[in-house]
Design a binder for this molecule. Sequence first.
Ligand code: MTE
Length: 337
Amino acid sequence: MLIKTTKASDIKESEVCDEGVYYSRRKFIKQAAAGTGLLAASSLYLPTSLAMSDDPVAPAVANAKSSPVVKTKQNTLKFKKTQYGTKLKSTPYEYITGYNNFYELGTGKSDPARNAEYLKTEPWSITVEGQAEVTGKFNFEDILKRHSLQERIYRLRCVEAWSMVVPWVGFPLADLIKYFKPNSKAKYVEFQTLYNPKLLPGQNRRVLDWPYTEALRIDEAMNSLSFMAVGIYGKQILNQNGAPIRLVVPWKYGFKNIKSIVKIRFVEKLPRTSWWKSAPQEYGFYANVNPAVDHPRWTQKRERIIGTYRRRKTELFNGYSEEVASMYSGLDLKKNI
Ligand code: MTE
């Protein structure tokens, strides 16, 4: 088996989120697995013994530092600075690249960094399908050539009630979409992660219904905040963060930020996205950050700031109301989670 079970030195979720969240999420995964035929992540990855540390994230970061991928040559990217997030304090690189959710590379927070070497991102292409004038298979390099890169520092808020601040390098999703000229039937944009259990060994286990799929309404996708990231801290994005290209929608919970994208589809009907499909009562299609709507099993009022011992109050739309709230006027945010 390619994915290792969790070692004593691994971080446990209960160290980074409230214990109640940890146990109820584990319980959910077991229950969901029983009901849907998906494999219980807990039976595979539940830690046997756990090391305590003064710094709850330190073990995950230590693992990330010894990851072979971190040692590989990373190209430095040319980009221009922007005004986005210049007042925010970015999370240190080690935490951004050592504390991850990428279930295709393992369900523990340090698994993606440790297993990152399995994923090969050259060559890479993106297939574009559906309600658009320009469709087909496009080399990643050719896509990249059409865009000048910029840096945007955004908050990232995971549904598990932790957060980071990430200096992404990339280009606006709207610029990418315009090239494909979607027609009036394109109401949604669907994204898919690579499906290849050799390169993403977590896909050998049915933790989710692979390939990981996410989607946005077309107006959300065209919003000026929606971003395609190819770098972090000015360097090429590492595999554990979704190389070579991933989505960043900072007003939504982290699970909308799909990694390692190989397919984009312009569709008329609401797509069935991965987490929504697996537990619709817990993970909605919209997944807008909202402190007034608790997750059924834990509060969303506060979040733990990764890399510190601090917590902060969660903000509606993760603090991006000015840019995005108008898209949801008339929508009941308590029902449309
Ligand atoms: N994309 C894929 N393909 N697989 C995943 O498991 N996890 C999501 C999202 N994108 C995930 C994914 C979740 S839950 C979060 S919080 C973010 O990625 C985490 O991004 P990061 O590891 O770069 O911080």
